[in-house]
Design a protein around this ligand. Structure first.
Ligand code: GTP
Ligand code: MG
Length: 372
């Protein structure tokens, strides 16, 4: 049922419950904050607040984020999907080198077309199994996505240079991984260097609560030389082993949901958006809502710039066809009707404008206070 309480409706409309109570009182209906409202009343309230929100939309909006939640799915609809892996670590410890080496050595065999990376995320094939890597340009993007409630990564690899040791951003990475509640693999990098000291890294990481398996803990430490490739295959296999244990799954047989990885405005093509499909399958022609933007997927390309017609769970894709540039961390959802997508996007936009108006007026009050 679509029934909402006054409090729930207030939250969805980004209003005070008292405003709704007052409004309904003026219309001759007495309600309390816990009263349940029927569809007709909900529509009436929306109209009064000038928000286009049919019953349908309210439900979609409230369920929007839950739709990605695989735990809500029927067991029989779930199939395994590739893990989504983020590489983090201190400046110059070798994140980019590691990503490059993985990409160069593990693009799907037999594929022609080079290894040019077109988008900030890519998939490699390890022993016939896919692994998705997110190329987060520094922790800021990751932090921003987390602040927005986006959960995109299944697994974090923390790169620590064996000749340098644990540094401030290593600690940050550990905090991120802990907050995200995802498994961590420590890649002890630059093992080729004469002054590399693996034991020191294990000690320092233990102090941060990541006790190596070799010492009776449950964190896997992999020794690698990102530059020369040593240990990289083992690291990838470790990723597969951890993924098998975790059993990441999704339901490919529904409309897609996922998260924006990056987005930009292209002079010729308009808004160009990199999405990670997290549940369901995205098809060209699908109507999508992305944050407050919407549109049809006009063209979809994979991580190597090849046009594709559908994208399964854990696939990063670049799409064009949106009416606006969304923000990294925005959640997207595909719909069968473009009209519905437009309505939801417009409702969200109204909300966002309201929120911005509220926060900017709060700021000007602060400014005022400061002046006094
Ligand atoms: P930021 O993006 O600035 O945070 O750095 P990063 O973590 O991406 O490090 P990057 O991959 O750019 O590597 C920094 C330097 O370390 C480069 O000069 C690399 O060539 C070097 N380097 C990376 N991995 C290794 C390694 O395994 N062995 C050696 N000897 N050098 C390495
Ligand atoms: Mg880098």
């Amino acid at each position: 049922s679509s029934a909402l309480t006054v409090q729930e409706l207030a939250e969805k409309l980004n209003r005070n419950a008292s405003e709704i109570i007052k409004l309904l009182f003026m219309m001759g209906t007495m309600v309390t904050i816990n009263s349940t409202l029927d569809d007709e009343t909900i529509e009436l309230v929306c109209m009064e607040f000038n928000v286009e929100c049919h019953k349908e939309i309210i439900i979609e909006e409230s369920d929007f984020e839950e739709m990605m939640n695989v735990e809500e799915e029927d067991e029989e609809n779930l199939v395994s999907r590739p893990p989504v892996v983020t590489i983090m670590g201190h400046v110059d410890h070798g994140k980019t080198t590691l990503l490059d080496t993985i990409r160069k050595t593990h693009v799907t065999e037999g594929e022609f077309g080079g290894i040019t990376q077109h988008i900030g995320a890519y998939q490699v094939s390890v022993k016939g199994k896919k692994v998705t890597f997110l190329d987060t340009p520094g922790h800021e993007a990751f932090t921003a996505m987390r602040a927005r409630g986006a959960k995109v990564t299944d697994l974090v690899i923390i790169v620590v240079a064996a000749d340098d040791g644990v540094m401030p951003q290593t600690k940050e990475a550990v905090d991120h991984a802990k907050a995200a509640g995802v498994p961590v693999i420590v890649a002890v990098n630059k093992i080729d260097k004469p002054n590399a000291n693996k034991d020191r890294i294990m000690n320092e990481m233990s102090d941060l609560g990541l006790l190596p398996e070799a010492w009776g803990g449950d964190t896997i430490f992999a020794e690698v030389s990102a530059k020369f490739g040593d240990g990289v295959s083992d690291l990838l296999e470790t990723i597969l082993v951890v993924s098998e244990v975790e059993n990441f799954r999704a339901n490919p047989n529904k409309m897609a949901t996922g998260t924006v990885i990056e987005a930009k405005l292209d002079k010729g093509r308009g808004p160009v958006t990199t999405l990670l499909v997290q549940n369901g399958t995205l098809h060209t022609g699908d109507a999508v809502v992305v944050g407050t933007a919407f549109g049809r997927v006009r063209k979809m390309t994979d991580d190597r710039g090849r046009e594709i017609k559908e994208a399964l769970p854990s696939t990063p894709v670049e799409i064009i066809g949106l009416n606006d540039v969304p923000i990294a961390g925005d959640i997207f959802k595909a719909f069968d009707s473009e009209k519905k997508a437009r309505q939801i996007a417009e409702t969200r936009l109204t909300k966002r404008i309201d929120q911005e108006r509220n926060s900017s007026s709060a700021m000007s009050l602060d400014d005022l206070a400061r002046q006094i």
